[in-house]
Design a protein around this ligand. Structure first.
Ligand code: PMP
Ligand code: GLN
Length: 393
């Protein structure tokens, strides 16, 4: 691959994100965008009104760097209400510019150059870039399809004196895997044994379709070594507001606030007021949210199966992965680059989430954070047009 001028060695090869590339292709061809994970519907009206109200009330200047007190209090209440976790909003809760900045600022804060960061592969694309920006190296543990389990012996061998952080993402993007209690206990035991921090990306915490979400911070000995990250983008369907947060022990919080203040300092003052309101909505909101997504998941999975794909049904998130080999395709990128034009649908090639793309090039991810007519149209186009592609691919 050619070297990009000006770009530091640490970021050579990262190119444009797969989400930007596939959304641009979807727009160019008028395709139904089942690629990038953003809802095509609005979040709760009362939350939007709370943001407008906050702007009208003059909350339009910088806020405290670690977040407005009302939002930090609401985040702490949310962790107590859903998981019985106690965080001090003054000293243990920090607001960031989305989960993305929380991840990057956290890794920048805690990694020394040369440290190793353990990632389960496939991994959300920003992890590897953030590890690189921090001057650390990734160490990957494959999640093996179709059940996306990992080899416990390999994890045992991969955590050692050079390991600084293990990144956990459950529910997991792109696979939809929800880590089992036994897996979380294994990970926790190793991290305690080797004094490793856990960065736990829980942005899909309210999107599980079977067992409820278990934050790894609830396991004995884990709260003070875990940075639990979440975001308003997924739970309240306002991905453009970029309000995220991290809960961590006091010492870790002090560290991550140090980098955060020089990365963005603060973000989205009126939106912070609105999300403080959102986090306090009743159980009916959270139950309705999960229920609606379960219906969308079932619709998309049934549709994809009907088209002929092998569907790896997700236990959480708003993504479903399919094995494309059952339809005779063998390269996810080739397929995803043709889909928008030839079929009228956009999806994400899973190899973008692998250190070695060959390990994931038989999988493609479809998003179901879309309204019924859009899901119906996407499925109908796939059913009608996928044959064109078999002929031309
Ligand atoms: N982590 C995961 C696993 C994601 O899927 C995403 C994308 N929503 C993010 C982090 C980034 O979240 P945000 O938009 O809040 O930065
Ligand atoms: N998290 C979204 C996804 O997985 C994409 C966010 C982005 O475009 N960076 O599709």
């Amino acid at each position: 691959m050619s070297r990009l001028p000006y770009l530091t060695t640490r970021l050579q090869g990262f190119g444009t994100t797969i989400f930007a590339e596939m959304t641009a292709l979807a727009n160019q061809h008028g395709a139904v965008n089942l690629g990038q994970g953003f809802p095509d519907f609005e979040g709760p009206a009362e939350v939007k009104e709370a943001a407008i109200e906050a702007m009208r009330a003059g909350h339009n200047q910088y806020c405290p760097g670690h977040g407005i007190p009302a939002l930090r209090a609401a985040i702490a209440e949310h962790q107590k209400r859903f998981y019985d976790l106690d965080y001090d909003p003054e000293r243990e809760v920090t607001v960031f510019t989305g989960a993305t900045e929380a991840i990057a600022s956290s890794l920048l804060a805690v990694c020394e150059a040369g440290d190793e960061v353990v990632l389960f592969e496939p991994f959300y694309d920003s992890y590897r870039a953030a590890v690189a920006m921090a001057g650390a190296s990734p160490r990957v543990i494959p999640l093996r399809d179709p059940d996306f389990s990992y080899d416990p012996a390999l994890l045992d061998l991969s955590i050692g004196p050079k390991t600084r952080v293990l990144v956990l993402n459950s529910p997991h993007n792109p696979t939809g895997k929800v880590f089992s209690k036994a897996e979380l206990e294994h990970i926790a035991r190793l991290c305690i044994e080797h004094d490793v921090l856990v960065l736990s990306d829980e942005v899909y915490e309210h999107l599980t379709f079977g067992e409820p979400h278990v934050p790894i911070a609830t396991l004995p000995g884990m709260k003070d070594r875990t940075i639990t990250i979440s975001s308003a983008g997924k739970t309240f369907s306002f991905t453009g507001w970029k309000i995220g947060w991290a809960c961590a022990g006091e010492d870790v919080t002090r560290a991550i606030r140090t980098s955060h203040q020089f990365v963005t300092f603060c973000n989205g003052t009126p939106f912070q007021h609105a999300i403080a309101h959102a986090l306090r909505m009743g159980d009916d909101f959270f139950e309705g949210f999960r229920g609606e997504y379960q219906v969308r998941r079932d619709k998309l999975c049934a549709g994809l199966r009907d088209v002929g794909f092998t569907v790896l049904e997700p236990a959480g998130t708003y993504f479903a992965c399919v094995d494309i080999r059952t339809l005779g395709f063998d390269d996810d990128r080739t397929l995803c680059r043709l889909l928008p034009e030839k079929v009228g649908v956009a999806a994400i090639p899973n190899s973008a989430f692998y250190l070695d793309p060959r390990r994931g090039n038989h999988l493609v991810r479809f998003a179901f954070c879309k309204t019924d007519p859009v899901l119906d149209e996407g499925i109908a186009r796939l059913r009608k047009n996928i044959g064109n592609l078999k002929a031309s691919a």
